[in-house]
Ligand binder design. Structure first.
Ligand SMILES: Cc1ncc(COP(=O)(O)O)c(C=O)c1O
Length: 452
């Protein structure tokens, strides 16, 4: 209250006379807010639950409740909360050097760059590490494609989530995400995604002959400027509904891109760094995109590191065209180097496959018992569960209700408003053990029984 009184006293002084009425009102609100609820101060809505501690797959709130985080935070904690080896690497690096301009070399950056070249598909030989988020890595990949081809337009999928900078907003998701913004990036074309469960062209995967790829010719001919630089796709859509393309789809897509001179970019910000049981989903699908972007899981236990991996011929974009202060941060690079060491171990990736198969198997059994589960799809630990009503239509309310009840049973489950918003995701840290995944499935069964 003292601050408020001080404000009133000051306001009577002449120094405030020139302030506009709006400014005074803003200041008044500021003073009154000094004791306000945090909900009135944080711009966005936040949950009432306050988290205080995390270890492995578990997160604890201030009341000591324990949750299994089925979303690995924002699908980024590939090694879970507080991974000791990553923390140790970061602590050791912090004693040496926390940050330096990315114009200089450092050991952690050099190590990450070498490892990324070694672990990615053979055709990718260059790494651009001067980025620190997924959105900015994707923008950089598009700039590289535009710079190389001299062309402009960008094709992405319906239901994509490629990030939330203005350029990536323009190419992502549903209309409601773009609606408030008047100046979206031009030359952005969205085409139907390989969502076989609800095929846009009403086809069946066995007989469709990839009609959705064939139709992209029409989008290029009738929907583009004729100057298409690249196509940017998530190999398995993250927020859009965990859509897993059928075998052969990416081979058909790559053929089309090659024929048209279109650079194919894989956004592996969710699927990369071991999530599918392979280092990159490109390997799982047996295709070599021209560029891969990586972020999220690269930071292992929550450090912010991102990178763009390209073919040799795509080099040439100058540093000053895409370079950010916290790109190539040395501490984050130390975390990323250690993360790549751990994830690239064959037994680590094998565990992702084994545990992923176990969870998928349990979910499919649940599908037989809970009629509202209309599809279970996934690869490795990138799993989605689609919820529908009795008529088979997307049931968004029920999906959100499941996520709400899950919290009560100690499970953090994320949904998304992308697509129909009727898919909840099971994407825990990749370190999850078979025992822990059994526990996760048992708790999920309790949730579904209550919902039923
Ligand atoms: C597939 C995908 N691409 C890009 C992004 C954007 O990453 P960031 O939030 O780090 O900008 C996200 C984030 O959710 C994502 O899931």
């Amino acid at each position: 209250m003292r601050a408020f009184e001080e404000f009133l006293n000051l306001e009577s002084e002449s120094q405030f006379e020139n302030n506009s009425q709006n400014n005074s009102q803003d200041t008044l609100v500021k003073m009154m807010n000094s004791e306000a609820s945090i909900h009135d101060l944080i711009y966005h809505h936040v949950s009432d639950t306050k988290m205080t501690y995390g270890q492995g797959i578990y997160l604890y709130d201030e009341e000591g409740n324990r949750y299994i985080d089925c979303a690995a935070a924002t699908f980024n904690l590939s090694l879970g909360y507080g991974h000791p080896e990553v923390l140790q690497a970061v602590k050791e690096q912090a004693d040496q050097l926390v940050h330096v301009t990315s114009s200089f070399q450092t050991n952690p950056i050099n190590t990450v760059v070498r490892k990324l070249v070694e672990l990615s598909p053979e055709n990718l030989t260059r790494v651009h590490p001067k980025v620190s988020s997924g959105s900015v890595a994707n923008e950089g990949a598009i700039k590289i494609a535009q710079h190389y081809t001299g062309k402009r337009d960008v094709i992405s999928f319906f239901r994509s989530h490629l990030g939330q900078t203005m350029m990536m907003t323009s190419m992502s998701g549903n209309a409601f995400r773009k609606e408030p913004f008047p100046n979206l990036f031009p030359g952005s074309i969205q085409v139907p995604d390989p969502y076989c469960h609800r095929c846009f062209y009403k086809q069946k995967p066995k007989t469709c002959d990839f009609l959705c790829v064939e139709r992209i010719h029409d989008f290029i001919e009738y929907g583009s400027s004729g100057s298409v630089a690249c196509m940017i796709v998530e190999p398995i859509s993250g927020n859009g509904g965990n859509i897993v393309p059928p075998p052969g789809y990416f081979q058909a897509l790559k053929k089309l891109c090659d024929e048209k001179g279109i650079i194919l970019i894989f956004d592996e910000i969710q699927t990369g760094i071991g999530r599918t049981g392979k280092m990159f989903a490109a390997e799982y699908f047996g295709v070599q995109p021209n560029i891969i972007t990586a972020a999220k899981g690269l930071g292992g236990t929550g450090f912010q590191f991102a990178a763009i991996l390209t073919e040799e011929r795509l080099g040439g974009l100058d540093g000053h065209h895409h370079s950010f202060t916290y790109g190539s941060n040395v501490l984050a690079a130390a975390a990323a180097a250690k993360t790549l060491d751990i994830v690239s171990q064959p037994e680590f990736l094998k565990n992702v496959e084994i545990v992923g198969d176990y969870i998928m198997d349990r979910l499919r059994k649940m599908q037989e018992r809970y009629t509202f589960i209309s599809d279970v799809r996934g690869v490795g630990l990138m799993i989605g569960v689609e919820i529908s009503d009795d008529e088979g239509n997307p049931d968004t309310d029920l999906t959100n209700y499941i996520a709400k009840i899950a919290m009560k049973h100690g499970l953090i489950i994320r949904t998304s408003r992308y697509g129909y918003g009727n898919v909840f995701k099971i994407r825990p840290p990749l370190t999850i053990t078979l025992e822990e995944s059994e526990q996760l499935c048992d708790q999920l069964e309790k949730v579904l029984t209550e919902v039923q």
